[in-house]
Design a protein. Structure first.
Length: 81
């Protein structure tokens, strides 16, 4: 499993951030925060923000600054670290 980390941590690029659309975003304790709409990356391809839909009908969305994300492709989740 790869980790997607911020520029400060100098790690892997996100070549196709759109592949994470529809993933469930979880906090470090595993609680569901919402559904990922998109991942915004910087010039280096490293994740900076995640747009997350939340609420009963998913009508609200918010941008969350990202320091580190841990993707799980089998469960289609992104976990904040």
């Amino acid at each position: 499993m790869e980790n997607l980390k911020s520029p400060q941590e100098n790690t892997e690029r996100v070549d196709t951030p759109e592949r994470y659309a529809g993933y469930t975003l979880r906090d470090p304790l595993g609680q569901k925060l919402g559904t990922v709409e998109s991942v915004f990356v910087n010039r280096d391809g490293l994740p900076e923000y995640v747009r997350v839909k939340f609420g009963v009908f998913g009508l609200r969305s918010v941008l969350i600054p990202v320091l580190s994300l841990k993707p799980d492709q089998a469960q289609r989740t992104l976990t904040l670290e």
